[in-house]
Design a protein around this ligand. Structure first.
Ligand code: ACM
Ligand code: ZN
Length: 773
């Protein structure tokens, strides 16, 4: 990997400066400064400050705790600990200076050979100044043991910094998988390290209730545990049987929550609890069935549930009494300004037939169940605001009318946030397009299982919580943004880290740094330096941005070229073709043209050595390439692929069905005729198809091949059939029809769509190529 930890440079410097005066000979260059998020203003000066045994921290009441974060690190890695005093010596000190006129998160950091000054209005500013100083120190400062021979030098700089947005958040879903308290504390450390300030704690969902509520002990006694089906795909887990023992789960005691909240406060992070309602609450209904319309017992589901129809009854007064009692305990534990009450993805079919809900609709003069949900959320908003807090909810709370004091979290896109801000409400932007960290960050084949959508690092870096079409008034309502880490596919803490970093680093910069300071290439370089620090911290960050991918394209003359790239720019990719060994690899500089079936193998190299990450793909040439294809029924306009050349252009689709290589039909079959121009011996036809049942895409149930000499009368050469099988993952397969070789000019291929999903909707048929051999 291309990792250039700053402390290697410093080891060399250490040897060089030994024997000379403390610091004056040390010089740093811009590439030695790798702060994420990028500060608003940074000026590099000559020289450096060097920490040693005699360095003291000058701190007041507010900054003392912050100073001790760094002094204790020196105790660990240097074997000595700078003293914390209340007045500055002549030189060799780090001083916290108060300027009450500054914004509360702003700071300036001045480093000279003589001293360091962090100036801020108070706690948050001091903390961010210190976190910046930490990132300027050698990465070895992060070690857990004594580091010999390191010079603890910091470049002389003047930094003037403050955030673009006040809400810089991360949502952790601890319901779908439970994460221990110690991990949550680590996440808080890393949020602070990158100047993020909100931890949105998703404590309630169908698959687990994760917070102790004293008044309702069954919420955790029953609701925090489910039957363990961890060995199965999330969406293929059967409804548990009451005879099965619920063993998977866990919850935070009120003591744990207090500890998390206090820890976060010291790190400048506000913990915002989310207590879902009226849906995503099967864990609560499993604990207290009377909370639902039907009042029937259910189990905590072990995996995915869709649609979510087991929801709280909006008619019974006892539901509101329960929720107010729960929220009262929650507000006692969380001093946050905001209380998140969910509101997303409620399927309200039970409300349509429930006598309690219908009575409520009538009595309140509501038009329908959407207005009933609006009634529900407005009632909760009155309760939350009566306690001096602000209600926050997912963008569905706009439907049927937004509660007067509510703040909206826009997730299904930016539209909800746009609309809410136009109505004068504050919003937090967290659109799936840029903020859903449960999505894949690299090609699916080289990544652990994730939600079937794609969010690479560079896309996160493009995030902007405001859009051009917003008025000045709307922009003023945008508090900021956050990443959402839903945990259906994230069973462990190390996997959670893998999904978070480095995407969270990219997000931190989009929310903190001014837009004109953002630069993808520069960020790429800085984040690769950060990896050296993360290695020392033992953080399992993703290396997906080093994954080699191929972009094949075909021009009007049917010439196919293959371009190789990694998401990080300037990596050293080398490649060979066909059977050649990788040690013969040549540097990739421009797209490779191929004219026959070719295997491309490539690897990243560092210092002339392959560093793993081997790419291999075969581009299969065949008799149909570049030939004319006639369609009986045109493709669905949303998935045109490459138009009439799609089936015969050598290019194959990936598991990302939006990648432009797939042509699709919904509810219909596909039938095409390929004209090979001349008669030729044909013995096999393969149809490349995709399956992604969660997205309604199903493999074909039949592939038939017919051949003809004249394009008019066809005879059947062969067919294959397959039975429907439930499949939770996205898959790609070639459906091959073999037959004795026959001469033909025209090849008709009929691919039969499954037709209906098990639930009755029309199925999609996705095809990327028809290989004729
Ligand atoms: C959500 O992703 N259901 C808010
Ligand atoms: Zn009801």
């Amino acid at each position: 990997m291309k990792i250039k930890p700053i402390y290697f440079t410093l080891l060399v410097l250490a040897a060089w400066i030994s024997g000379c005066d403390r610091s004056e000979k040390i010089t740093f260059t811009k590439s030695d400064i790798n702060i994420i998020p990028q500060p608003r203003e940074l000026h590099l000066q000559d020289g450096a400050f060097v920490f040693d045994k005699k360095t003291v921290f000058v701190a007041g009441e507010e900054s003392h705790k912050i100073a001790s974060i760094l002094t204790s690190k020196f105790r660990t890695v240097a074997g000595w600990e700078p003293a914390i005093t209340s007045s500055a010596p002549e030189s060799n000190y780090v001083e916290f200076r108060e300027d009450s006129g500054m914004d509360h998160e702003a700071y300036t950091l001045e480093v000279t050979a003589d001293h360091i000054a962090i100036t801020a209005a108070g706690y948050s500013g001091y903390l961010y100044g210190l976190e910046t100083l930490r990132l300027l120190l050698p990465a070895a400062i992060e070690s857990r043991d004594l580091q010999e021979g390191v010079t603890w030098a910091v470049p002389a700089v003047t930094i003037n910094d403050s955030p673009e947005y006040p809400w810089r958040g991360l949502m952790l879903d601890v319901s779908r998988h439970f994460f221990p308290k110690d991990y949550v504390l680590k996440v808080i450390d890393r949020l602070a390290m990158h100047k993020m300030n909100v931890l949105h704690f998703h404590l309630v969902d169908d698959q687990g209730w994760r917070i102790e509520i004293k008044k309702y002990p069954k919420l955790t006694g029953v609701g925090a545990y489910r039957v363990d089906k961890e060995d199965m795909h999330w969406n293929a887990r059967p409804v548990p049987d009451p005879s099965e023992k619920a063993t998977y789960g866990g919850f935070y005691t009120q003591e744990d929550i207090r500890e998390i909240v206090a820890y976060a406060k010291d790190k400048g992070v506000e913990v915002v609890p989310e207590i879902e309602m009226p849906a995503h609450v099967m864990s609560a209904i499993a604990s207290y069935p009377e909370l639902s319309c039907k009042g029937e017992p259910i189990m905590v589901p072990s995996g995915g549930v869709w649609p979510i129809t087991d929801i709280y009854c909006a008619g019974k007064e006892s539901t509101f009494e329960f929720l107010e009692n729960v929220l009262a305990e929650v507000m006692e534990l969380f001093p946050s300004r905001y209380i998140h009450v969910g509101g997303d993805e409620a399927t309200k079919t039970n409300w349509k037939t429930c006598p309690h809900c219908q009575k409520r609709i009538k009595e309140e003069g509501l038009a329908d169940v959407d207005e009933l949900q609006s009634y529900f959320m407005k009632r909760m908003e009155r309760f939350v605001s009566s306690k001096g807090r602000i209600m926050l909810g997912w963008d569905e709370i706009l439907e049927g009318g937004l509660a007067p004091g509510a703040t909206v979290m826009s997730w299904r896109g930016i539209e909800g946030g746009w609309e809410a801000s136009a109505q004068g409400h504050d919003v937090v932007m967290t659109p799936v397009s840029h903020c859903y960290f449960d999505y894949y960050q690299g090609p699916q084949d080289s990544e652990p299982m994730a939600f079937n959508a794609y969010l690479p690092l560079s896309k996160v870096y493009e995030f902007d919580p405001v859009v051009d079409s917003m008025s000045v008034e709307q922009v003023a309502h945008v508090l900021g943004g956050q990443a959402n880490l839903w945990s259906e596919y994230i069973p462990t803490t190390s996997h959670s880290e893998y999904m978070l970093y480095p995407r969270l680093n990219a997000l931190s910069e989009t929310l903190w740094s001014p837009k004109e300071k953002r630069d993808w290439e520069d960020f790429s370089s800085r984040v690769q330096h950060l990896f050296g620090r993360y290695d020392i911290l033992g953080i399992n960050y993703a290396k997906s941005a080093y994954t080699i991918t191929a972009d094949a394209s075909v021009d009007a003359n049917q010439e196919v070229t293959v371009a190789l790239k990694t998401e990080f720019p300037d990596t050293d990719i080398r490649y060979v073709l066909n059977d050649e060994a990788l040690d013969k690899a040549v540097k990739y500089t421009e797209p490779v043209q191929i004219t026959e079936t070719t295997t491309v193998k490539a690897s990243l190299f560092e210092n002339d050595k392959s560093v793993g990450n081997v790419f291999e793909r075969t581009f299969t040439w065949h008799k149909g390439v570049g030939k004319k294809v006639a369609y009986t029924r045109e493709w669905n306009k949303n998935y045109p692929g490459a138009g009439t050349s799609n089936m015969v252009n050598v290019l194959r689709g990936s598991k990302d069905f939006h990648d432009g290589q797939w042509q699709a039909w919904i509810g219909h079959d596909m039938e095409v005729v390929i004209d090979l121009e001349n008669a030729s011996g044909i013995r096999k036809v393969a149809v490349g198809a995709m399956e992604n049942q969660g997205a309604g895409i199903y493999y074909p149930v039949r592939v038939e091949v017919y051949l003809s000499e004249n394009g008019k009368s066809f005879t059947k050469a062969g067919e294959i059939q397959r039975d429907y099988a439930k499949n939770g993952s996205a898959d790609i397969k070639d459906f091959e029809v073999d037959f004795p070789e026959q001469s033909a000019r025209y090849v008709k291929v009929k691919v039969t769509n499954q037709g209906k999903t098990p639930l009755g909707g029309n199925t999609w048929l996705f095809v990327d190529e028809i290989v004729v051999e």
